[in-house]
Design a protein around this ligand. Sequence first.
Ligand code: PDD
Length: 286
Amino acid sequence: MNRTVYVNGDYLPEEEAKVSIFDRAFLMGDGVYEVTSVLGGKLIDFDGHIARLQRSCNELDLTNPLDREGWLHIHRELVERNAIDEGLIYLQLTRGAPGDRDFAFPPASTPPTVVLFTQAKPGLADSAQAKTGIRVIAIDDLRWGRRDIKTTQLLYPSMGKMMAVKAGCDDAWMVEDGFVTEGTSNNAYIVKGNRIVTRQLSSDILHGITRAAVLRFAREAQMEVEERPFTIAEAQAADEAFITSASAFVTPVVEIDGTALGGGKPGPVAARLREIYLDEMRKAAI
Ligand code: PDD
């Protein structure tokens, strides 16, 4: 692939892009990230992602080296240089490479590492999974206690995804103290009648940018939204279920831990929310 990527101020062919072996994200998982989708060559909910990046930085005492305009310029430049029509922009910011390994944070003057790259995803909006729905398994949530910070420590979510793949499914919903937290890389919802239920925001889950938009659209469409924890048993007895993320938008869930929902077919609420989300976000894309 001859992609152009961004590393610390330079746009480079991907094979020329390099990061130090002393980078704090490589040695300690000391980095944060964002994933922003691109539809029709434009950025979806860019401001939401940049606001969350700032929040992640604040929570970790990590200096954000760029302002909104700086980040926007790099995102747009990468979309243009890689001719992305539908796809994702990955942004990673780390505490830099102090030149040795130490548990203490390096001086704040240590330059951060900034990496951005594109992933072309033709058919992202018109995905097969949106039509068929996905199947999830339930697993214990064994992640750390600050899931509201979008860090690059993704080993357990990655293990969870592999547990799902080995079980012949698409993803895993994580469960803590009997209640669903979220999916490995998405927020989780169930639908009963006209009511959408999803876990409330706290340090137990990532504060999804797609979640915020979808809940706003649901309320505007006169759907009831209840933000509270739910169990796998309640989910299995629901009319519908779905997930949201910047890469999945709204994707129906048709099976939870071996139990089919809605006869194994995607339901109308998820379909409607996906349509509203894509329509509205395309209009607001920049
Ligand atoms: N994942 N929960 C987790 C644990 C996530 O990793 C993500 C996003 C979400 C949804 O957040 P948003 O709507 O802001 O994308 C919820 C991204 C897409 C990823 O890691 O690729």
